[in-house]
Design a protein around this ligand. Structure first.
Ligand SMILES: Cc1cc2nc3c(=O)[nH]c(=O)nc-3n(C[C@H](O)[C@H](O)[C@H](O)COP(=O)(O)OP(=O)(O)OC[C@H]3O[C@@H](n4cnc5c(N)ncnc54)[C@H](O)[C@@H]3O)c2cc1C
Length: 433
C-alpha cells in the first residue's frame, strides 16, 4: 500500500507550521494536522517572537505577518509587595527595519502561518486531534485519529509541551512529565486603547515594550516570574510558575496573577484595561524536558514537544527554537524523501542539524539553568534585599548619611542572607545562566 502523504506534521504551532511551509515549498505532499478548531485557537504565548529563523521560508515575514508591536525596550526587575526595582534596556538596532523582536498574539500568527503552509501546497486540517502515533514495531508509520490511520514515511511530532503523543512510548517512556520538566504559564490579555499604551509605556506608534519581573511578593515558597508585553491594542501579562512550588500550599495560580496585576507598578499602567482573554498552558523547560531521542525510525520531534524552551529570568524564548527545529526536521524529511529512506539512520541528520544550528548546544550548555533560576532565595530573599538597599539609599530620613558599601553590608546582614551564600548564588547565576 502506498502512503497517503510524504510527511505528516502533528500540531500547527510555530514548529509544525514552519516545517509544513518548508516541506510544501520543497515539493513534499504534506499533511498538517491541528486539534484546535483553527490553527492558533489552542495556543498561548507571552509573547515576544524573535523571528529571523523564518527568513529562509518567508523573506518578508516581518512585513506580512500579523505582528503586534516591534519591541524597542526590555525591562527587567524585582518586585516585592510594594516596591519595584528595575533596569531598562533600549537598543537602537531594535528600532531599525527589519525589526528583530515582535510582540505577537498566537491566534493571529499561527492562523497566518498555517495559511502560508496551505498556500504553498500543504493540506492543513484543523479540528483533528491526533490520538496516537501509528507504531509498527519500532517504526512510526503515520498517525491514528478517530480510528482512521493516515500514513507517511515520516511523521514530525510538533504537538507542544506535555506531548501526549509521545508519553508512554519509546520516545518518552514515562507516563507523565516530572515536575522539573514543565512550568506553568498563565496569561491574561487586557484591552487598552493604543494611545494609552503609547503614553503609559512611553513608546511610539507600532513600538512595543516588554518586561520580566522576579516576583518576591507571593506566599513563602511560591516561585514565579512575571511578564508584561504591549500589543497593538492589548497588553499581555502573566506569570511563569514553578509547578512544584504550588504543591500543598493551597495557593491558586489565578490568585497569583491577580496579585501581580494589582501591584502598584503594574496596576498604574493598566487602569481602565478590560480583560479579553485568559489562559494557562504548560511550558517545557529545556534540557530537563528532552525526550529519549529527537528522531527514530519514521519520526522526528520538534519545538516544545522536544523541550526546546529557553528561559533564564531575563528572556523566555521558545517560538524561535520551534521554528528553527521545525525547519531542521523539514530539511531532513526532504532529504529522506529524495533518498527514499526514512530509517533512523537517515533521520539522524536531524540531530546533526539541531547541533549545527545551535539548538542542542543552547539547551545542553544550560542544563543547570533551572536549578539556578528556581533557587528559592531568588524569590524569597533577594528582591527584598535589593529593594531594601535602594530604599535605604534613596529615602531621606534626616539620619546621618552612610557610605554605600556600609549600607549594603548592613542591609545584607539584616536580611539574614550570609555573605558566603550571597557570593555562591551570584557565582552560580553568572556561571550557569
Ligand atoms: C505563558 C507563556 C509565555 C510564553 N512567552 C514566550 C515568549 O515571550 N517568547 C517565546 O519565544 N516563547 C514564549 N513561550 C513559549 C512558546 O509559546 C513555545 O515555545 C512555542 O509555542 C512552541 O511552539 P510549538 O509549535 O513547539 O508548540 P505549540 O505552540 O504549543 O503548538 C503545538 C500545537 O499542536 C497542537 N496539538 C497538540 N496536540 C495535538 C494533537 N494530538 N493533534 C493535533 N494537534 C495537536 C496544539 O493545539 C498546538 O496548536 C511562552 C509560553 C507560555 C505558555
Amino acid at each position: 500500500m502506498t502512503d497517503e502523504f510524504d510527511v505528516i506534521v502533528v500540531g500547527a504551532g510555530l514548529a509544525g507550521c514552519a516545517a509544513a511551509i518548508r516541506l510544501a515549498k520543497g515539493g513534499a505532499n504534506v499533511l498538517l494536522a491541528e486539534r484546535g478548531s483553527e490553527p492558533g485557537a489552542k495556543n498561548l504565548s507571552g509573547g515576544v517572537f524573535w523571528g529571523h529563523d523564518l527568513d529562509s521560508i518567508l523573506p518578508n515575514w516581518w512585513h506580512e505577518m500579523p505582528l503586534e508591536r516591534h519591541i524597542v525596550r526590555k525591562r527587567f526587575g524585582f518586585l516585592t509587595a510594594d516596591r519595584a526595582l528595575s533596569i531598562d534596556f533600549e537598543d537602537g538596532d531594535w528600532r531599525k527595519e527589519p525589526y528583530v523582536g515582535h510582540s505577537v498574539l498566537r491566534a493571529r500568527t499561527d492562523a497566518w502561518l498555517a495559511h502560508q503552509a496551505e498556500a504553498a501546497g500543504a493540506t492543513v486540517v484543523p479540528s483533528v486531534p491526533v490520538d496516537r502515533l501509528n507504531w509498527e514495531g519500532n517504526r512510526v508509520h503515520g498517525v491514528v485519529q478517530g480510528g482512521e490511520t493516515m500514513t507517511a514515511p515520516v511523521t514530525i511530532i510538533a504537538d507542544g509541551a506535555n506531548s501526549r503523543l509521545t508519553l508512554g512510548t519509546p520516545i518518552r517512556p514515562e507516563s507523565h512529565l516530572p515536575p522539573e520538566a514543565t512550568e506553568l504559564g498563565i496569561k491574561e490579555v487586557l484591552r487598552l486603547d493604543p494611545a494609552l499604551i503609547e503614553d503609559r509605556f512611553q513608546v511610539g506608534p507600532g513600538e512595543g515594550h516588554a518586561e520580566e519581573w522576579v516576583t518576591g511578593m507571593f506566599p513563602p515558597g511560591v516561585l514565579a516570574g512575571g511578564f508584561l508585553y504591549t500589543n497593538r491594542d492589548t497588553v499581555s501579562l502573566g506569570l511563569i510558575v514553578n509547578i512544584a512550588s504550588l504543591y500543598d500550599r493551597g495557593v491558586y495560580s489565578t490568585d497569583l496573577v491577580e496579585q501581580f496585576k494589582l501591584h502598584p507598578t503594574i496596576a498604574s499602567r493598566l487602569k481602565g484595561a478590560e480583560l479579553v482573554e485568559y489562559g494557562a498552558k504548560l511550558l517545557s523547560t529545556g534540557w530537563a524536558s528532552r525526550p529519549a531521542a529527537f528522531h527514530g525510525d519514521g519520526w522526528m520531534i520538534a519545538g516544545d514537544a522536544a523541550g526546546f524552551v529557553f528561559s533564564n529570568g531575563l528572556v523566555i524564548q521558545g517560538m524561535n527554537y520551534a521554528v528553527r527545529s521545525g525547519l531542521a526536521a523539514a530539511e531532513t524529511a526532504l532529504e529522506a524523501k529524495s533518498g527514499g529512506n526514512a530509517s533512523a539512520a537517515r533521520l539522524a541528520a536531524y540531530d546533526h542539524r539541531l547541533e549545527t544550528s545551535g539548538v542542542l548546544g543552547d539547551f545542553r550548555d544550560f542544563e543547570r539553568l533551572d536549578r539556578v533560576k528556581w533557587n528559592p532565595r531568588i524569590y524569597a530573599e533577594y528582591p527584598k534585599l535589593v529593594t531594601e538597599l535602594f530604599h535605604a539609599m534613596m529615602t531621606e530620613t534626616g539620619a546621618p548619611k552612610q557610605k554605600m558599601w556600609k549600607l549594603a553590608m548592613e542591609t545584607r546582614k539584616s536580611s539574614g542572607v550570609s555573605m558566603t551564600r550571597l557570593i555562591r548564588d551570584g557565582v552560580e547565576v553568572l556561571w550557569n545562566a
